[in-house]
Design a binder for this molecule. Structure first.
Ligand code: GLA
Length: 679
């Protein structure tokens, strides 16, 4: 039996062999014919068939297999291990469900596949069903295993970081053994991202075979990239099994997060554009909405906000052309610094004696939308909420509760916590004309206890994320006019799961423009520009011209976070000019294709092109290069070769611009923004 999942340019083929193993037969280009499932008895007594065959969803406890399994469970009689047998298949034009059943125990496993033909991407998830009458404890329940053609060796691309320093790209050779990337922090994390790209070592931005994927999950996750001694390379992806357990009661179903993965022959840039297209067309809630230019005074005022001063910032923000005014941290009950207030989500009566409405009305009269910062999952011990419900935080009763940034984490798995947050935030959104929420999350978990957990406490890791999703989704459904930003001390919660709820991501607290250039390019390996908030702040103002700072932030969703009350008339006029320019081209930036043309030795260049290839925008930057030096030479991408394009007053064919390219002379901290027009 063989099942083919074909996208516009790729094929993913699965089959069952004589011995009953479900195998991946091919993942790559569409071909006239595909391999049949191979048989293997194993290799000597030390390596069983499972060690050698490319199993689609291997389990622990079946035969002589010592590679990473996707599923591990314990049955009520203490038997550890799942032995699955193919049962049935259901295929439609763009879905496939394979049902497998344990040979002895009442466990059904369904592997679900969905085809995104245009994006050359396949989505997978699993459901695990207890059809018996005693509980089954899941100890690992990954989403998917992805195999690469056997016999070759591969390079793994992945992203790492830390707070204030996210989105660092790594490329490394996979050698025998297992390379683990993961989060144990209860969020996606700044440190690793649940994304991979794999190639044979010959892929560039524009050429070569690339297999890539990402997990849509905003909590603990794991990627295991394994090379076996039989030269087989595979990547598995799913919920982190570290400190994980899930009790599947009789009749219950467990659903894994979704993993998306795709294949291209056009290099790493094309892989990114497949993901961008998928995210924009199938994941983002308000993908078509033009993202507004935002102002936020956080980096200037910190917690020092009140009605009068925020009104003054709003007036200047409106004057330079901002369309959305967001009040950050500091506005709610008792919040004068980071030691108090979190949890008490009503306006501080000293800073806002008449509530938030006078400020919001002023902002609206200036022609802007109003937005607000919230950190729903957190509580300061110094708050009304904590005094009333000290047991609502994640903690072990006998251990100290370790604060971080003076705050503790509410146990979002608890229905009472969810209900409290829904009630408080719902009221804010109902009583005020709020069009934007920045949802922040400023620490990671410690002492991961759930004292009165209905089942195994270790379910916390997953149920917490379900709780976040539930609260967010409820608020979103009740208030569809609100645009949401996902922030976790910068880029700590950026993933395809949160993008079903959030429209935009705050990618880093680091807004220094030269550091941003690499961060933004690497963020864009996964996420499209209409999700990437980028602000012009005061960072770098001593050395870096305002034009450069604007150009960097214009590469995503432009915002301003600088101290605009200090700006001279000339600076305000220049800012207004760039904001206007952004509004003129933002449909191309937010909705077009992105090409990372250059990222080396202090030079950066990024090109945006409308989907119809007619209009584009080119940005190029020189950070610092000591003299004497060579100019930047770039070749454009994605143009129609036979059409003529005008760039900076010069006209050539698309073929010319893509083959000969152009030379750009830039001084240190110089930048350009040029239109690309098809004649
Ligand atoms: C985090 C965010 C910042 C800001 C502060 C407020 O650090 O990343 O942008 O909102 O919290 O406390």
């Amino acid at each position: 039996m063989i099942w083919k999942l074909e996208t516009n340019n790729t094929a993913y083929v699965i089959g069952v062999n004589q011995a009953g193993y479900l195998l991946n037969l091919h993942w790559g280009a569409r071909l006239p014919d595909y391999p049949s499932p191979s048989e293997s008895e194993g290799y000597a007594s030390f390596n069983g068939a499972g060690q050698i065959l490319p199993e689609e969803y291997p389990t622990y406890g079946m035969g002589l297999n010592y590679t990473e399994p996707c599923l591990k469970a314990t049955f009520s009689d203490g038997v550890r291990g799942v032995a699955l047998q193919f049962d049935s298949a259901q295929q439609t034009d763009n879905t496939l469900t394979l049902t497998l059943k344990d040979t002895h125990y009442p466990l059904t496993v369904k592997l679900h596949y969905q085809i995104y033909a245009e994006q050359d991407i396949i989505a997978r998830h699993v459901t695990l069903i207890n059809t018996g009458d005693t509980p089954i404890t899941l100890e690992r329940a990954w989403t998917a295993r992805w195999h690469f053609p056997p016999g070759d060796s591969y390079y793994l691309h992945h992203l790492t970081g830390r707070w204030n320093d996210e989105w660092v790209h790594h490329r490394e050779r996979l050698t025998n053994g297992v390379k683990i990337l993961e989060s144990r922090r209860i969020t996606t994390s700044h440190h690793h991202n649940p994304y991979f790209a794999v190639e044979r070592g010959d892929a560039t931005e524009t050429h070569g075979e690339v297999w890539f994927g990402a997990l849509a999950w905003s909590g603990n996750w794991k990627i295991a990239a394994e090379v076996t001694e039989f030269q087989s390379t595979r990547v598995s992806i799913g919920l982190n099994d570290w400190d994980f357990a899930w009790v599947l009661e009789p009749g219950e179903t467990f659903t894994s997060p979704i993993a998306y993965a795709g294949y291209t022959q056009q290099g790493l840039g094309a892989a990114s554009r497949c993901l961008h297209d998928l995210i924009r067309k199938h994941i983002l809630p308000h993908s078509d909405l033009t993202r507004k230019v935002l102002y936020n005074s956080w980096e200037t005022t910190l917690f020092d906000v009140d009605e009068e001063s925020q009104k003054r910032y709003a007036e200047i923000a409106a004057e330079i052309g901002c369309e959305l005014f967001v009040m950050d941290d500091g506005w709610f009950h008792g919040r004068n610094n980071d030691t108090s207030g979190l949890g008490d989500w009503w306006a501080d009566s000293v800073k806002f004696p008449n509530g938030l409405t006078p400020l919001i009305e002023h902002v609206n009269q200036l022609g802007m939308d109003f937005g607000l910062w919230l950190e729903p999952e957190m509580v300061n011990p110094n708050s009304e909420l904590y005094r009333a419900h000290p047991d609502w935080v994640i903690h072990f009763a006998t251990r100290q509760r370790t604060p971080a940034r003076n705050q503790l984490i509410l146990n979002m798995a608890r229905p009472d916590v969810q209900a409290y947050l829904i009630e408080k935030i719902d009221r804010l959104l109902t009583e005020h004309n709020i069009r934007f929420i920045k949802w922040d999350m400023n620490r990671n978990v410690s002492e991961p206890g759930w004292q009165d957990a209905p089942r195994d406490q270790r379910e916390l890791w997953v149920r917490y994320v379900h709780g976040v999703y539930h609260v967010w989704e409820t608020l979103k459904n009740n208030h569809p006019q609100v645009i949401w930003q996902s922030c976790s001390g910068g880029g700590g919660r950026a993933d395809l799961g949160i993008l079903r709820l959030a429209d935009q991501i705050w990618i880093s607290d680091n807004t220094e423009p030269t550091r941003r250039l690499a961060m933004q390019a690497n963020f864009s390996r996964i996420f499209p520009p209409n999700t990437m908030e980028a602000w012009v702040t005061d960072m770098g103002e001593q050395t870096i011209p305002l034009a450069f700072r604007f150009h960097v932030s214009m590469c995503g969703v432009l915002g301003v976070g600088a101290n605009i009350s200090r700006w001279t008339d000339a600076q305000k006029a220049e800012a207004a000019h760039w904001i206007n320019e952004y509004k003129r081209v933002r449909h191309i930036i937010q909705q077009g294709d992105v090409f990372q043309l250059y990222q080396q030795d202090g030079y950066y260049a990024t090109q945006y092109l409308s989907q119809d290839q007619r209009n584009g925008v080119l940005f190029a930057f020189r950070t610092y290069r000591p003299e004497p030096t060579t100019p930047l030479v770039i070749r454009l991408q994605g143009l129609s070769p036979d059409h003529t394009y005008t760039i900076n007053g010069v006209s050539h064919s698309g073929a010319y611009w893509m083959t000969i390219g152009m030379t750009i002379q830039l001084h240190n901290f110089g930048s350009i923004m040029w239109d690309i027009h098809q004649v």
